[in-house]
Every structure is written in C-alpha cells, then in structure tokens.
Design a binder for this molecule. Sequence first.
Ligand code: ZN
Length: 114
Amino acid sequence: MMGHCYCGDCRKASGFIPFMGFSRDAVKFSGRILQHRSKAASGGDAVRNSCAVCGGLVFGGEVDISDSFTIYAGSLDDPSAFVPRIAIFTRDRPAWAVVPPGLTLFEAMPNSSG
Ligand SMILES: [Zn+2]
C-alpha cells in the first residue's frame, strides 16, 4: 500500500506524508533512530522514527512491537520506488496539500487492507 497521508498528525510532522506500508516480516531496521511517540487520531499511540544523524523522518511504527510499518517515501535512497496509489485522511487535507491525479481517495483510513 503506497500513498499520501493527509491526517493532522502527518500534517504537523511534514505537511503531509508519502508512505509505503509493509508487514513486519518485510522490513529490517538498523542504525540509530530517534523515536517520537504521540497520541494518534485513532486514539492509540503513533510512533515516528527519525534518523539520529540527519533528523529526517524514516518510518512509523515501533521496532519489535508493531505488526506493520510505514516507510516514509521521502527517506528512500531511490525515490522512484515510490508510486502513490491512494490518498488517505483527505477530510483533514489543507487546500495547499495538492493530491496528485489518479489516486484513489479515502476520507479517513481505508477499512479493508489491499
Ligand atoms: Zn497520517
């Protein structure tokens, strides 16, 4: 699942966030991170992880705990690997955060995985 998140949390972190979703089996983490935890719109905790060297946002989720992770596409070494398909939390999108054409829009979190 690849797309743009326009939720209020992502807006405060980075305007909006281009993300790629992965199950925990599909990712491996190394290196030092700075972890930031906050209350998510869903009521649970949102954990964002930044590179301890450059401060750039790298991924969401809690290493060794979360079942899935979101890699922030802006952190990719090869940005062309990111091909957004969906836009989520469009109800929270500010007018200046323009949605690229062709994305499937969801007002909030999509209900089904896919
Ligand atoms: Zn978000």
